[in-house]
Design a protein around this ligand. Structure first.
Ligand code: FAD
Length: 451
């Protein structure tokens, strides 16, 4: 007896171009949408605060959109391996579909579920929806993962192009017998006291409709300046799609194809390539957030942490205008411009000699686009320990970076105006001295055997 199908939504909170949803609809049986808040499966990284805020808005939007079409979203909480099986049993579902995840612990959960459910006679299928190219299909001639971006991206582009996006369904037949669902508000994803999310609410609108709108706007108005102005934090020239891609409110396939059609997206599409590279790297190195990719960096002699220094950085009180502006933008909006992320990260690692993992953790907690691959990948890139990383000895000078990329001081004036006053704050460290100390510390890495 065929029963309803479950679509297990994860990092794909959308209706358009959702292969798992399409597969469920093609069965012509009622469809139940399921989302599981899993903070318990071993190794699955609990979400940061800003990400939880985004998730709340995105789930509310998805539930509304499903309901408008006749469908439903069931919310359950707990270790996915158990919770998903229970939902399948409660619904007497005969099929379940999902779009793939690429983190190590998540893959373990999914593989276990797939085999257990199949043993129980449930149809299970997974699809590619979050990256343009499946990680196991892009390898060097020797069958190993790429460690350098350019040949990686060339190899991606040499194969068949990303598949065309699937249309958004108009109608979704909901189940005849609804199953129990948590109430989204009971998940406490939103901050209570203190409510620090005012700046996030002013800056962002989570959900698929806003994501599609932003993509259209960006391609119509901003893409022409992207190549030239993407490094200037005050220019507003970038897409601001990162949280939308993180949560899958828009698929990379849709962004790719609409970008290609716009005719002027070359540089922009290569940034999507960095996203692919980060995700493929995570697929091959699941410990990306905790372990140096280049193991010789294990020899780096990080000094004992001085918590007041870390806090000065987190609060944007370093006395360096571009770093302070970036860290305040992050705190206020859950976002920081890419150039400023690089400068702020370099300052933490190389001028304060604080382990990149502490910075990564702060970003994980405060970014609305905090992404299991992009965040550690980029921190390791700045540290010099990662894939195709900036060499350690290339140390950004935050003052020169401010002159070059924020020459009129618009960005600094917006986020850290005291730096443009008659009495600007004093720098917390001497750039020359700390640079020399960083290079001395790096000698230990140079002496270590290459990993
Ligand atoms: P655009 O310039 O419009 O780029 C379009 C898309 O390409 C982005 O949305 C993103 O998905 C992808 N992209 C762009 N640059 C990169 C990059 N360097 N690496 C990987 N993908 C990229 N990005 C995240 O999505 N999540 C993170 O947690 C994250 N942490 C970072 C930490 C550090 C220290 C640094 C230096 C960068 C980090 N990035 C992260 C990458 C980058 O800063 C953001 O993707 C970008 O600023 C998002 O703005 P946008 O969408 O306007 O980018």
């Amino acid at each position: 007896m065929p029963g309803p199908s479950i679509v297990w939504f994860r990092d794909d909170l959308r209706l358009a171009d959702n292969p798992a949803l399409r597969a469920a609809l093609d069965r012509d049986e009622p469809v139940i949408g399921l989302y599981v808040l899993d903070e318990e499966s071993p190794g699955v990284r609990p979400l940061g605060g800003a990400a939880r805020w985004w998730l709340h808005g995105s789930l509310a939007s998805l539930a509304e959109r499903l309901a408008e079409r006749g469908g439903t979203l069931v919310l359950r909480r707990g270790p996915a391996a158990q919770v998903v099986k229970k939902a399948v049993a409660d619904a007497s579902a005969s099929a379940i579909f999902w779009n793939r995840r690429y983190g190590g612990p998540e893959r373990d959960v999914d593989a276990g579920l797939k085999s257990d459910l199949r043993e129980d006679g449930v149809e299970v299928a997974s699809f590619g929806g979050s990256v343009l190219f499946e990680p196991w299909t892009v390898t060097t001639g020797a069958g190993t993962p790429y460690s350098v971006y350019s040949p990686f991206w060339r190899a991606c582009l040499a194969g068949p192009p990303p598949r065309a996006p699937l249309p958004e369904p108009r109608e979704i037949a909901g189940p005849r017998h609804p199953i129990a669902s948590d109430d989204l508000d009971d998940w406490d994803l939103l901050p209570q006291k203190p409510d620090w999310a005012g700046g996030l609410r002013e800056t962002w609108e989570p959900g698929e409709p806003a994501a599609r709108r932003r993509l259209r706007e960006f391609l119509a108005d901003d893409i022409a300046h992207y190549g030239k102005a993407r490094d200037e934090p005050a220019a507003g020239a970038t897409s601001l799609l990162s949280p939308r891609l993180r949560w899958g409110e828009v698929s990379p396939h849709t962004v790719w194809h609409e970008g290609v059609e716009s005719g002027s997206a070359g540089k922009f599409l290569s940034e999507l390539g960095w996203r692919e590279f980060a995700w493929h790297t995570l697929f091959h190195f699941p410990d990306l957030a905790t372990k140096n990719l280049r193991r010789e960096f294990d020899a780096f002699p990080w000094p004992r942490l001085q918590p007041s220094r870390l806090e000065a950085w987190q609060r944007g009180r370093t006395g360096f205008a571009l770093v302070d502006a970036g860290m305040r933008e992050l705190w206020e909006t859950g976002y920081m411009h890419n150039r400023v992320r690089m400068v702020a990260a370099s300052f933490l690692i190389k001028n304060l000699l604080i382990d990149w993992r502490r910075g990564e953790q702060w970003f994980w907690d405060t970014l609305v686009d905090a992404d299991a691959a992009n965040n550690p990948f980029n921190w390791q890139w700045v540290a010099g320990s990662g894939a195709d990383a900036a060499p350690y000895f290339r140390i950004f000078n935050p003052e020169l970076q401010a002159k070059k990329f924020d020459p009129d001081g618009h960005y600094v004036r917006q986020w850290a105006p005291e730096h443009r006053s008659d009495e600007p704050p004093r720098p917390m460290v001497d750039l020359g001295e700390t640079r020399r100390a960083a290079l001395d510390a790096y000698e230990a890495v140079k002496r270590a055997p290459r990993g």
